[in-house]
Design a protein around this ligand. Sequence first.
Ligand code: 13P
Length: 253
Amino acid sequence: MRGYLVAGNWKMNGSTAASAELVDRIIAGAPASELVELLVCPPFPYISQVADKLGGSKVRLGAQNVSEHESGAFTGETAGSMLRELGCEYVIVGHSERRALMGETSLIVALKFQAAQQAGMTPILCVGETLEQREAGQTEAVIDEQLQAVLELAGIEAFNSAVIAYEPVWAIGTGMTATPEQAQDVHRHIRATLESLHESVAEGVKILYGGSVKGDNAGGLFSNPDIDGGLIGGASLKSTDFLAIAQAAVELV
Ligand code: 13P
């Protein structure tokens, strides 16, 4: 049993006060299940504060981005070692907002994936197609290219300590969730791709779905055999919404 991971990507939202209140409420309401892991990924300025609050709680901490470089003259960038030192165990790489708005190529994403692992963190590799690509029948080809860049650089064994998040770009922040069937189809394709290279690695890797996940659609998505949780944007900013999604996972274990 792979168990579930319910991860909150807070994106560029909040304040010192809002982050503190949100994380306090998540800690207080986190389910006790060993098979449902909760993760919060605050903006960089709040990581330290959130880390202090998480202390001995079972809610995990992650970051939203990491530099592909180890250290040096990279103004404005953040090294994996710095995030690890603050207590981050996970880091999101290749979110579609970074690919589309910050010009991150699949190669840069692959380098970030590797940098995260070298710093001792688990990368959450985001993949997903735009609406135009889906309508043109290119969904699998787009995901293959995004996945292949990482496989070529890091190798299949690297997925022993990685998470994949399928986030169709058209479903992010739009309220247009992929149907459970659409999501499961892509998740199966991703796992089958990994299976063709290494069966037990493919069997162990968690594949999350992201894109307008809410408390009322999470159960339908998570009940599919290849969907191992969610990467949650908007609904991760309200503790009741985020905890309702976690509860949907608890009901399935
Ligand atoms: P929404 O849940 O707001 O659609 O965002 C999904 C996402 O991008 C998580 O990384």
